[in-house]
Design a protein around this ligand. Sequence first.
Ligand SMILES: Nc1ncnc2c1ncn2[C@@H]1O[C@H](COP(=O)(O)OP(=O)(O)OP(=O)(O)O)[C@@H](O)[C@H]1O
Ligand SMILES: [Mg+2]
Length: 268
Amino acid sequence: MDVIVENVTQIWTDRRRGEVQALSHVSHRFSSGRFSCILGPSGCGKSTLAQIVGGMERPTEGKIDIRSADGAQVAPGAASVMVWQNQNLFPWRSVLDNIAFGLEVAGVGRAERHERARAWTGAVGLRGFERHLPRHLSGGMRQRVALARALILDRPILLMDEPFGALDAQTKFVMQEELLRIFEAHRRTVIFVTHSIEEAVLLGDEVVVMTARPGRIKEVIEVDLPRPRRLEMMGSPQFAALTGRVLGLIREEVTRALAEQDRPDGAA
Ligand SMILES: Nc1ncnc2c1ncn2[C@@H]1O[C@H](COP(=O)(O)OP(=O)(O)OP(=O)(O)O)[C@@H](O)[C@H]1O
Ligand SMILES: [Mg+2]
């Protein structure tokens, strides 16, 4: 499914700060089956954009047009699922029942949802942990449950907002590899928000670089590294050239965002 963002502007009304313009005239086509990474300074509106695309918020201006391959229009939210950084699993539910949750809500019978949840438990490397409770898992394992819980819904659009942001470096590498493997097997439209230039280049078919707030699209870098991607590619000159280019774009914006933060009203 294609996600077409058309001229989206978002102004939040904040009790303390008044009006905050998070996004300014953002237009971009996230094409079907592509992995797009969104990168930009803190507070530039990345999460805002993800929420609007996911149908959780309506933009102040502009619109989101979601189209299936036959051209039919789909309501934002109906075709997507979101994975966040601080995923709240149900603490009283086992790994299996957390993963099966969405199917339960959808009315899928117990036997079928458990069978499908078991397959996804294996796909994210948690076989043997089906009966564990979230508190008995590490942070990385919990994030895998969150990933499986989203993927089991089989929605054509996967929105991820810094899903690996809270993980340690080694766990992050393992999760990135796992996500790459899953993406190869189950292609969908992925919109992945990150702060990491390396992560964006490793995972993405394109890196959408945003400006400091109010967020606009500064540039879109095509990542022409071959798939399947491997972590070893991070050592290649091509990888270094791409990250170097993205760094050049982002450096100026981060400096600008930090300067904005120094102003007490924070308004743009
Ligand atoms: N629900 C809301 N109400 C009011 N203001 C909001 C709301 N959500 C976000 N904002 C403001 O909009 C701006 C953009 O926020 P957003 O969370 O989209 O940025 P971000 O790029 O995701 O930042 P980070 O990288 O730190 O996660 C910020 O100034 C933020 O304070
Ligand atoms: Mg955010």
